[in-house]
Design a protein around this ligand. Structure first.
Ligand SMILES: [Zn+2]
Length: 476
């Protein structure tokens, strides 16, 4: 299930400063989350359509079942967070963007943000309203809800991810449908503070101040936190795939207990590798041999005939080149498994598919062919250009540029070589998704990835998930 969820930040009301009577925060082990029903009569939470109870949800109308699912997600967060101030979520079901094959499931964000209030842990940084209330010990604006959340009322209807509905049960037994409690838990996470208020597309901070979030974002290429960058550096960092990481202590400490070891990589070395020497992100194939920690190593040799797409059986120089080597083949014209099978038939021990469109990270390789037994991976167009430059002086059978298709067992899936968890920074930029989610390379899958995976639990804490540790890092 790869249904896109957009975290649409709402227009934040900027409060330059605020002060008031500081109440002593009560030491509680819980928080109260109140769902404020924003729907009009007869629709959304008030939809009177009669339905049968499902998966532990006893509601008998569609509206009541929706409310029950909301309360289940609210209760999960309420049992996890600590705050003496009630958190109010103004919620509606309404039509949101969709097509027959994709849909915005929901969106949520903080309604207001505050900085430099009494007790603020980090000066000069924006805090979302619910977190401000927790730290300050009182609601800075009782007239306004803390979180605004919208969910798609049309999901599953014709033209809106047709036939895939929200599962309204509370037991996560969603089958081929989208688990509403999971989506709600994700969106409430954004509203609680799992988001930056900085514009990742331009790099501009909101009203000239960073979000508390930005204090924990570090770009590993320039070795700077977002708070120390120019707008242009932040905009570049938002596109720096898998090089923007979270440096908060709680997430970093929890990551080894949640993420599994093993990152699929292409490692390039050898006497002729030159500037191409290094590790490259790869997409993995749904057919052929899975990558192993030992990996497969051989010279990289490009297929060149007919645009290098390998859609017909390889002959002549191409067949000679890939035999006992790793074939570099261009995407396009035919399916991935056909290309890999043609290379295998010519004696290749592995395949690298070079994307033909710019963008990162490299997507996986789909397809099915039980007769394919060699491993194959996909790399970005940019990385392929770098590697090709090192192949210019190859012979007919060797290049001196050695590829190792491997599963790096020393690295956590979703973290970098230093153990910092990677944030989602695809290129091109994805408004509403970039920066304010964990990277899709994470495994196990995390609640706060940009798309909902079918194997998620309802948990927000380790060992199942890393959402709460991030909120702890920002002050929860
Ligand atoms: Zn999201």
């Amino acid at each position: 299930m790869k249904n896109k969820i957009n975290n649409l930040r709402l227009a934040a009301i900027v409060s330059a400063a605020f002060c008031g009577l500081a109440a002593a925060p009560a030491a509680e082990a819980a928080a109260t989350i109140v769902i404020v029903n924003g729907n009009a009569a007869g629709v959304g939470f008030n939809d009177p359509t009669i339905v049968a109870p499902v998966g532990g949800n006893p509601g008998t109308t569609l509206g009541q079942q929706r409310l029950n699912a909301f309360q289940a997600a609210a209760n999960k967060w309420g049992a996890t967070l600590t705050s003496s101030v009630s958190i109010r979520v103004l919620s509606t079901f309404e039509p949101l963007t969709c097509t027959a094959t994709g849909a915005v499931l929901g969106s949520a964000g903080a309604t207001e943000i505050f900085r430099d209030f009494p007790g603020a842990p980090i000066a000069g940084s924006w805090y979302p309203k619910a977190l401000t209330s927790k730290i300050f010990g009182a609601d800075p604006d009782p007239a306004t809800a803390d979180i605004r959340a919208r969910f798609n009322s049309n999901l599953g209807n014709a033209g809106c991810l047709t036939g895939v509905f929200f599962y309204l049960g509370l037991d996560n037994n969603h089958g081929g449908n989208v688990d509403l409690v999971t989506v709600l838990t994700h969106e409430f996470g954004h509203g609680l503070g799992f988001q930056t208020f900085t514009n990742g597309s331009t790099g501009a901070q909101l009203a000239g101040f960073p979000s508390v979030w930005d204090n924990f974002l570090q770009d590993q290429t320039v070795n700077l936190h977002w708070t120390a960058m120019t707008d242009a550096q932040r905009a570049a960092s938002a596109l720096n795939t898998r090089k923007l990481v979270w440096t908060g202590a709680a997430v970093t400490a929890a990551a080894p207990g949640v993420l599994s070891l093993g990152v699929p990589l292409l490692k390039v070395s050898g006497p002729a590798a030159g500037a191409a020497t290094g590790s490259y992100a790869v997409g993995v194939a749904s057919f052929g041999a899975a990558l192993s920690t030992a990996g497969v190593s051989a010279d990289i040799m490009p297929v060149t005939a007919a645009g290098g797409v390998a859609c017909a059986p390889l002959t002549g120089l191409d067949a000679m080149a890939v035999n006992h080597n790793i074939a570099l083949i261009n995407r396009g014209t035919c399916t991935f498994n056909v290309k890999v099978k043609n290379a295998q038939d010519a004696g290749a021990v592995g395949v690298i598919i070079a994307d033909n469109v710019a963008g990162s990270p490299p997507p996986d390789l789909g397809g099915t062919d039980a007769t394919v037994t060699i491993p194959s991976v996909r790399i970005t167009l940019g990385d392929a250009t770098t590697i090709r430059a090192s192949l210019a002086k190859r012979s007919r059978t060797k290049s001196g540029v050695i590829a190792n298709l491997t599963l790096d067992g020393s690295q956590l899936a979703g973290a970098d070589a230093f153990g910092f968890v990677q944030m989602y920074t695809p290129n091109p930029f994805q408004g509403g998704s970039s920066v304010s989610h964990y990277d899709t390379g994470a495994f196990r899958n995390l609640l706060m990835e940009p798309a909902i995976n079918g194997d998620l639990t309802h948990e927000v804490t380790p060992p199942q998930d890393l959402t709460f540790p991030l909120l702890q890092d920002i002050g929860w």
